[in-house]
Each structure stands twice: as C-alpha cells, then as structure tokens.
Design a protein around this ligand. Structure first.
Ligand code: PSV
Ligand code: MN
Length: 407
C-alpha cells in the first residue's frame, strides 16, 4: 500500500466506524505481541514428497533463532520463541538437558529475542503406548521428570509458561481402558505439577485426533478443563484451532473459557481438513475469535495476569516458512483490527431489539467486509517498521542468504 492509499483507507474507515475507534485499533495493533514456534523454521515436515522441506530450513536451534530474530526485526511483534524440550534442548531426543537450554536462552537474547513457552516433548521415541497415561510406570516417570524440567526451564529461562500436549490415545475401541488412561494422565500430571513453581502457568492443550484415531486421552476443552481446574490456579486450557471437529464453533469455546475465569492460551494456525498447521489466514472465523478475546478483556489487558498467551503453532510442509510466519503475523494483526471496529453499544442495541439480521450485518461490516490493511500499515509505520514486512523480507536478501548457506 502506498502512503496515499493508507491515508485514504484510514479516512474511509473513520467515516464508517468513527475516528476514536480507528485510533484505538491502530494503538492496539502496535501493542499486540504473538509468539512464534521454533519448530516452524526447522526440518519438521510431513514425511511426504521424499521428505521435502522448503529450501533454507534451519538446521540447528541457533539457525531457528536467527530466523525468528529476523521475523521480529521486520514485525516488531514476535519477541518470544516457543521451544520443545526434546527438539531444542536434547542430545539424544530422549532426555532434556538444562545446560543446553541455558545456552539457547543466552543465544536468543544475543539475537534480540527471548525464549518463550516451553513444551515437554511427549511424542518422540518410546511414547507409542502413551506418555503420562502409559500403563508402564517407568514411562510415566520419564515424562514426569521431563515435565518438571520444563517447569524449571520455563521459570528460570523462559516466560514462565509451560505448554503441554499429549499424543496419548488409541486406534481401536477396546485397545485401552479410556478411564484408566485419563486417570493415569491426571495422576502423573499432578505429581509433576506439585514440583513446578506456582509462578509458572501450565496450559493443557487438547486435540480430537492424531495420532490417536479412535480416542485421544485429552480430546476436547472439557477434558483439558477438568485436568487444569483440578491442578490449581496456575493451570489453564490451550486452544489450538486445528484440534476440533469440523463445524465446531471455536469462538464459543473461547467465550466459555473466559467466562470460567480459567487461564487460557491460543495456538493460531489455519485448518481446512484437520490439524493442517498452515499459516494463519485473515478469515472471518479468526476475526470472530479475536472479537471474543477483545470482549472478554483477555488481550492487551493492563493487568498482564488476565491476558491469555498468544502463540502461533504452524509448520506446513510445502510453504516457504519465513513467508508463512510473516503472513500469519499480518493475518493476526488484521483480525485484531477488525475485532476492534465492532461498535459494542450499537450491537447491544440491535441484540436487545431482537434485530437479528441487522446485528449480523453490523458484525460483518467490521469482521468480514472492512479493509483494515491501512490500520495495520499505519501501526507499523508509527513504530518505524516496514508497512509490509513480507515485501521487506523479499527485498532484504535474507532468503537468498539462508538458501545458499543451508544447502
Ligand atoms: C500438536 O499437534 C501440537 O499442536 C502441539 O501444540 C505440539 O506442541 C505442536 O503441535 C508441535 O508438534
Ligand atoms: Mn498446538
């Protein structure tokens, strides 16, 4: 967008939605921060197409940090990087190593970013019969220890956020005892939790299927909620957009969780089929999710403890990863801007008068039809950031550099 397109676009938005609302949206986009996953930059692919990974994939955690730092330089919005213990702090992919985590945290800071959420990796070697839900006490013990280590790393080196996702589940009815699996998982989690500093927030992620096809042990927000609410005040639920059945109203889950007062977090991505982990698109569903987050005052709240944790979780096999992350950040900023354009007072008035279609049209005027690109561009330019980070990336020479160096 040229400067004059931005100015004209802002004027049009001010005419439709009001000057103050537009000003507020620009300020909010400037403040919004989202975490990027370390794994998106690496060789984590789908195991298809002869193990194709897009050119320029990072070979080490240090190269992942280089890429994350470059994204942050262009967007000013992504200062923390999510880490996985066995991908990023392990020599053998079986046990985590605190010393490596310390080096990684230092390396992140040298590059102008920080270690963000920490995830124990429950899904590598030896977890095919479950991790914390396993019937084998030795397996459970190994993952309890890794969870405790994750808590320590999160507290001492990260953002005090521990994010847990379990691959536990089954392929066929009868394969495992559903209730025992959940009970094992809960008991193991409680054991680990007792040894985690209460200053660390523990978010539990759920997923309908994969790798389990018949059952996953933590399959929906209800099961995650049960686990989290029994752990205590520092625990909550992590919503990943791709982890639901089709047609699920995800913004309503967000509303329930906010109403419950439990801690929350979001893993952003786009899904068409299931857990596709594609880059975030600025679609109406994303804008509606942001509307709930804004209304629920869990985003950009002046009291930081009220805010949910916002993370991107993507890693699709075919796309250029740097483009994909820049696209996601852009889409999230657009979705936030749209959510802020809804005039709450007018909407409530329509709701009270039972003006169903008028309420919906008003909602859609902001969440579906408004072109908020000028808001996002203005927010960036005010911070001396490029108006279009993806365009700036293409002109930066970084792509050519990494694709040559990392052959
Ligand atoms: C699982 O599908 C997941 O969404 C979890 O958040 C993991 O940590 C991440 O993807 C990477 O496997
Ligand atoms: Mn996730």
């Amino acid at each position: 967008m040229t400067d004059s397109q931005i100015t004209a676009g802002l004027r049009a938005l001010e005419l439709e939605f009001g000057k103050e609302i537009v000003k507020h949206a620009v300020a909010a986009v400037q403040k919004f921060r989202v975490e990027v996953p370390g794994w998106v930059f690496g060789r984590f692919g789908g195991g298809r197409f002869g193990d194709y990974t897009p050119p320029g994939a990072a070979r080490t955690i240090y190269e992942k940090l280089d890429d994350a730092a470059f994204i942050h330089r262009l967007t000013g919005a992504t200062e923390t990087v999510a880490m996985h213990i066995l991908w990023d702090f392990s020599k053998d992919g079986v046990v985590g190593d605190l010393k490596i985590a310390e080096e990684v945290a230092r390396a992140a800071e040298e590059r102008g970013v920080r270690m963000g959420s920490v995830s124990p990796t429950y899904f590598l070697k030896g977890s095919h019969r479950g991790s914390l839900s396993s019937d084998d006490p030795a397996v459970r013990e190994r993952y309890i220890e890794q969870t405790i280590l994750g808590g320590q790393i999160a507290k001492d080196l990260g953002t005090r956020l521990l994010t847990l996702w379990f691959p536990d589940g089954s392929l066929y009815p009868g394969q495992i005892q559903l209730r025992r699996a959940f009970a094992n998982l809960e008991e193991s989690l409680q054991k680990a939790h007792r040894r985690i500093d209460p200053d660390v927030t523990v978010l539990i992620e759920y997923k309908l299927f994969e790798p389990g096809t018949y059952s996953t042990t933590v399959s929906d927000w209800g099961s995650a909620y049960v686990l989290a609410s029994r752990l205590g005040e520092n625990a909550g639920v992590l919503v990943d957009l791709g982890h639901h059945p089709h047609g699920k109203n995800i913004e309503q889950i967000v509303a329930y969780l906010i109403h419950s007062g439990i801690k929350g977090g979001f893993h952003f991505n786009t899904r068409y089929a299931a857990d596709d982990d594609q880059a975030v698109e600025p679609n109406p569903e994303m804008a509606r999710i942001f509307y709930e987050l804004v209304q629920g005052e869990v985003i950009l709240n002046d009291t930081p403890s009220k805010n949910w944790a916002y993370m991107i979780d993507q890693c699709s096999g075919r796309e250029n990863r740097m483009h994909a992350v820049l696209h996601s950040v852009d889409s999230l900023q657009l979705s936030l801007a749209k959510a802020l354009l809804v005039n709450g007072a007018r909407l409530r008035d329509y709701q009270q008068k039972d003006e169903i279609i008028l309420a919906n049209r008003m909602f859609n005027a902001a969440l579906l039809n408004a072109d908020v690109r000028p808001i996002v561009a203005a927010a960036r330019l005010d911070r001396n950031l490029p108006a279009d980070p993806l365009d700036a990336y293409m002109k930066s020479g970084y792509r050519e550099k990494i694709e040559t160096e990392r052959k």
